[in-house]
Structures are given as C-alpha cells and as structure tokens.
Design a protein around this ligand. Structure first.
Ligand code: 5GP
Ligand code: MG
Length: 183
C-alpha cells in the first residue's frame, strides 16, 4: 500500500521504501563480512519482522537458514509490558548455531532482551540482533543490537511490517501515525 492511500492517518514519512532497501543492503553487507566462513541462522520475530526478513535475507549474498518465532508481549495498544509468552517456537535446534535475531523495532527492549536470554539458554554459538529501527529514548532494558538501521525519536511508527491494531503493516514506507488514530 502506498502512503497516498492513507495520508490522512499519517503525520510524516520517516523512511521511504527506497531508503529502507538502501539501508538493508548496507546492513546485509556488514553481516556477510562478519559471518564469513560461519553458518548463519536468521530468526525472525513474527509478525512485525516479516518485511525486514524478506528483504534483508534477499540482500545477503550467502546461504542462510530462516526460522521464525512468535511472541506476545502482554499489553495493549501502543505500550509493551515486558511479560513475554511464546506463541510459536523455533523448529530449529540452536546448539552450536550462530543466531541472528531479525526484528523491526526495539522500543523498551523488553521483548528482545527476553528473547535473547531465552535463545542463549539453548546452547547457540552466538546470538546477535539486527533491527531496522531503535528508539534509544524509550529503551529501559539494556540490549546491544549489533546491526541497527536507524535510531528514531520516541514516536509511534507504522508501515513496513509495523502495525497499529493489525493495520498499516503493508504500507511500503515507514511513517508516524497521527495521534487522532490511536487516542
Ligand atoms: P519493546 O518490547 O521493545 O518495548 O517492543 C517491542 C514490540 O513493540 C515491537 O516488536 C513492536 O511490535 C511493538 N512496537 C514498539 N514500538 C512500536 C512502534 O513505534 N510502532 C509499532 N507499530 N509497534 C511498535
Ligand atoms: Mg517485533
């Protein structure tokens, strides 16, 4: 979906489809160099990371495996609570594997820090994080993401996998949502 179809719901486009692809290509090149000679398992966090995974994986000029987890962070609306529950677990055994968690956004960091602790307990060779967006001002849990697309202000964004109430995930660009939609 193009921004023009829902322009009344949005305040500002932060990143266009082209900018997102350009940045993912750069991150993919770093990842390719860092994991040279190692196997690599990409773990996507459903549902928000679907677009990032699809594009990042295609920019990676090497073999990768892809698996998915679905977690729900209890909470409603635009706030995350930090209480995490696994809705769908991996099908892959992590022992000895180099795992790169692919996520679309780190907000408080509660979800991803829980996830990294959980995956780390399964005997992997390494666990690192790649996220397209990060909100440094919102972060309450210290998590080190090795690959970050952009740091953004503490505003609610939608598009490119990011939803509000399950809508806007299919927006091509990333934009800030107008407060009248969620308040
Ligand atoms: P955290 O646990 O880091 O606070 O939040 C993680 C999850 O909250 C993200 O994976 C995403 O699903 C949701 N989230 C956090 N910030 C935003 C945002 O600005 N927009 C949208 N659509 N979802 C967000
Ligand atoms: Mg997510």
């Amino acid at each position: 979906m193009d921004v023009s179809s829902v322009s009344g719901d949005l305040v500002e486009v932060l990143y266009t489809e082209d900018q997102i692809q350009g940045r993912l290509k750069e991150l993919a090149e770093q990842i390719r160099a860092d994991y040279e000679g190692e196997d690599l398992l990409l773990v996507g966090v459903l549902r928000g990371a679907v677009m990032v995974m699809a594009d990042l994986a295609r920019h990676l000029d090497r073999h990768v495996e892809i698996d998915w987890m679905a977690v729900s962070s209890y909470g409603s609306g635009t706030k995350s609570s930090g209480v995490v529950r696994i809705l769908k677990d991996l099908d892959t055994d992590l022992s000895g594997r180099h795992v790169l968690v692919v996520d679309e956004i780190i907000d408080t960091g509660l979800t991803i820090s829980w996830l990294v602790a959980n995956l780390s307990s399964r005997g992997p060779a390494s666990v690192e994080i790649a996220t397209l967006l990060r909100k440094p001002e919102a972060q309450t849990m210290p998590v080190e993401a090795r690959y970050v697309g952009w740091d953004i202000p503490n505003e609610f964004v939608v598009g490119y996998g990011l939803d509000y109430d399950e809508r806007y995930r299919n927006l091509r660009d990333i934009a800030t949502l107008a407060p009248h939609i969620y308040s």
